[in-house]
Ligand binder design. Structure first.
Ligand SMILES: Nc1ncnc2c1ncn2[C@@H]1O[C@H](COP(=O)(O)OP(=O)(O)OP(=O)(O)O)[C@@H](O)[C@H]1O
Ligand SMILES: O=P(O)(O)OC[C@H]1O[C@H](OP(=O)(O)OP(=O)(O)O)[C@H](O)[C@@H]1O
Ligand SMILES: [Mg+2]
Length: 299
């Protein structure tokens, strides 16, 4: 019987709604995958690539992979490591394939502004509220600090005000949530961002679809981080100008019609091209500097 499970298509689990949902869907779209989707559904099927997309709660993604319902997933490193810390080896075979550069945040300990904090030992004997019991317990054990952990599903930042806990351990990005709740960050337990995770794929065909998708994901990220730069350079300053081009391997150098003192230089720069880079190029004699985004890139 050709069930959903073995229909010869790769399956990926991504967050249905929340911080990572839109970016994860957009990323698949940038890989050229067109989804006949309805946001209310659990499942979207790509109509131009052998991929099915499961839209689920982020906490459920490791289980979808561990049971081989899906072979790939996108979630925060924090969520993966928390479940790996708690589930006693159950998710050990799930591997991080690549970091995606969005959903950047950190898991931090924060104390009320009037808390007398000197160092981590100030937390001995205190109560800490968190949704990340596994990661926090590991961190405290490494630091030899013994504290009580209260697990909360959300709204962790209100715990000190309601006297449920003395301090908290929660995700921080801008720091606004901490600030508006009278808390200050004292220790970073881990830095996190969205990652692609993969289980051990035994089916050769599914594995080759998976590799194709991963290659597209890498190409999209590479193109996003790269810029195409075009400029005119005095022939005499060519070496100095090449040295300033950020992360470019071998620029193309072309003659400029009617000029024997200047050439056109085109290069793919795999690092940020900032105003100060452009100013440095100009200072070396470059002019007509153009920096353009790259849509797709494949070696
Ligand atoms: N403030 C933030 N800035 C950037 N990334 C964040 C922030 N907060 C959380 N994240 C990242 O986004 C992930 C998902 O966060 P979100 O708040 O949507 O989770 P959730 O409420 O558990 O969602 P779900 O309903 O799927 O269970 C987190 O695990 C973390 O990796
Ligand atoms: O440092 P900040 O930029 O303020 O971000 C931190 C907040 O973001 C996350 O919650 P989110 O807003 O995703 O809502 P949730 O608590 O419902 O998950 C996290 O749990 C913090 O509360
Ligand atoms: Mg969740």
């Amino acid at each position: 019987m050709n069930t959903m499970r073995d229909n010869g298509r790769l399956k990926i689990a991504i967050q249905k709604s929340g911080r990572l949902a839109d970016m994860s869907l957009k990323l698949l779209e940038k890989c050229g995958i067109s989804l006949a989707k309805s946001r209310d559904q659990l499942l979207c099927m790509a109509d131009n690539f052998p991929l099915d997309v499961f839209l689920v709660r982020d906490d459920d993604i490791p289980a979808f992979l561990a049971t081989n319902v899906c072979q790939l997933g996108i979630l925060g490193q924090n969520a993966l490591l928390e479940q790996q810390a708690n589930e006693n080896g159950k998710y050990a075979e799930l591997k991080e394939v690549m970091a995606l550069g969005y959903g950047k945040c950190r898991l931090s300990i924060a104390v009320p502004n009037d808390f007398d904090y000197k160092d981590i030992t100030s937390l001995s004997g205190k109560t800490i509220a968190t949704s990340y019991r596994g990661l926090l317990a590991k961190y405290l054990a490494e630091k030899n600090v013994s504290a009580d952990i209260v697990t909360m599903q959300g709204a962790v930042e209100v715990a000190p005000r309601t006297h449920l806990a003395d301090v908290i351990c929660d995700l921080v990005s801008t720091g606004n949530t901490l600030k508006s709740n009278g808390l200050r960050e004292t220790d970073i337990v881990m830095q996190s961002q969205a990652v692609v995770i993969k289980n051990e794929i035994k089916d050769v065909e599914i594995n080759s679809i998976c590799e194709k998708l991963i290659a597209r994901l890498r190409a999209v990220l590479r193109a996003e981080n790269s810029r195409y730069i075009m400029l005119n350079s005095p022939i005499d300053s060519l070496d100095a100008i090449k040295a300033v081009l950020p992360g470019s391997q071998s620029p193309t150098v072309m003659p400029l019609q009617g000029r024997d003192d200047m050439v056109a230089v085109h290069a793919v720069c795999e690092e940020g091209v900032f105003w100060n880079t452009m100013e440095a190029l100009k200072a070396k004699g470059a002019n007509s500097i153009l920096v353009v985004p790259i849509e797709k890139m494949l070696d």
